[in-house]
Write a protein that binds this ligand. Structure first.
Ligand SMILES: Nc1ncnc2c1ncn2[C@@H]1O[C@H](COP(=O)(O)OP(=O)(O)O)[C@@H](O)[C@H]1O
Ligand SMILES: [Mg+2]
Length: 271
């Protein structure tokens, strides 16, 4: 931290990124200079009573790098933000989903300790669910110093299958991160009538333990899934109802023509 003294005549303005009041730098002096009486003599000192501290940029950067590393967000995903999510010429539901994600990010500090503090983007693959939740996660880490843990459901459980020793510490991290992002929960296998959620008893048990812990302790989750809430209920009712309750203020279900909604198919004909 760097400590300053601020003159009583200084103007204070709100920093739009942090929402905190900051003084006009012209009226700030280093605390060490003030104490050494390089700023003024004792008779003037009462004009410099207000203290103000700033976290040194390098400390902030180290903290953000540490948070990024522990989030397990890959380099490719670090680039996903709101600014590179397009809505022009897209279905209305895509714009709604972006607005909902941006609202969630803006409201985050206000709602984070409430029960309904979470978000769910459900439905159509390729519609941008992962992109938008990555945008929320990246912004939370970089701008607000919030710890996010990224858990891609399929790959995450595959890794755990191969390394039993990792299970307990991984579950601890999933329980205790400020925000847990579960991507593609119960991602279905098969198509048409053969389409079925991917969930073993053991996976359901672990997900329930994590989500119920976060539910009880008012810790937010971001959930993306191709299943809607009813289909999640069919996998496990207790788990589905927790997710429903936590995400009730920020849930978007994307349904419709996959040729329009699936970004991966944009520009392809006859798919
Ligand atoms: N509206 C959009 N603007 C820009 N890129 C998008 C948009 N929607 C999707 N994408 C990109 O398309 C790909 C698929 O999106 P993704 O978020 O993975 O979809 P989902 O998670 O819904 O399956 C990603 O590379 C993503 O960055
Ligand atoms: Mg996805």
């Amino acid at each position: 931290m760097v400590h300053y003294r601020v003159h009583r005549d200084a103007d204070w303005t709100v920093n739009p990124d942090t929402g905190k009041l900051v003084p006009d730098p012209k009226f700030m002096v280093l605390e060490s200079d003030f104490l050494a009486m390089r700023v003024c003599g004792p008779e003037e000192a009462r004009n410099w009573q207000r203290k103000y501290s700033i976290q040194c940029e390098c400390v902030k950067k180290i903290r953000i790098n540490r948070l990024m590393k522990s989030s397990e967000i890959t380099d490719e995903f670090k680039l996903l933000g709101f600014q590179n999510f397009k809505t022009k010429g897209k279905a209305v539901i895509v714009a709604d989903m972006k607005e909902c994600a941006m609202d969630y990010y803006k409201e985050f500090e206000k709602i984070r300790s409430k029960r309904a503090n979470s978000m769910a983007l459900l439905g159509q693959p390729g519609s941008g669910k992962t992109h938008l939740m990555m945008a929320i996660s990246n912004n939370l880490i970089v701008k607000k110093g919030v710890s996010v843990h990224y858990f891609p459901y399929v790959e995450g459980f595959n890794d755990l299958k191969e390394d039993f020793e990792q299970i307990a510490p991984k579950l601890e991290r999933m329980k205790n991160a400020d925000v847990l992002f579960i991507d593609d929960l119960f991602k279905p296998v098969g198509r048409g009538v053969n389409r079925k959620p991917r969930a073993t008893e053991w996976q359901i048990e672990q997900m329930y333990a994590v989500i119920n812990y976060r539910y009880l302790n008012h810790l937010p989750i971001l959930v993306s899934s191709e299943l809607d809430v009813d289909q999640m209920d069919e996998v496990d009712e207790a788990l589905g109802s927790r997710i429903y309750e936590m995400c009730q203020d920020f849930t978007v279900v994307i349904e419709g023509d996959r040729k329009i909604l699936n970004y991966r198919l944009v520009g392809l004909n006859d798919v």
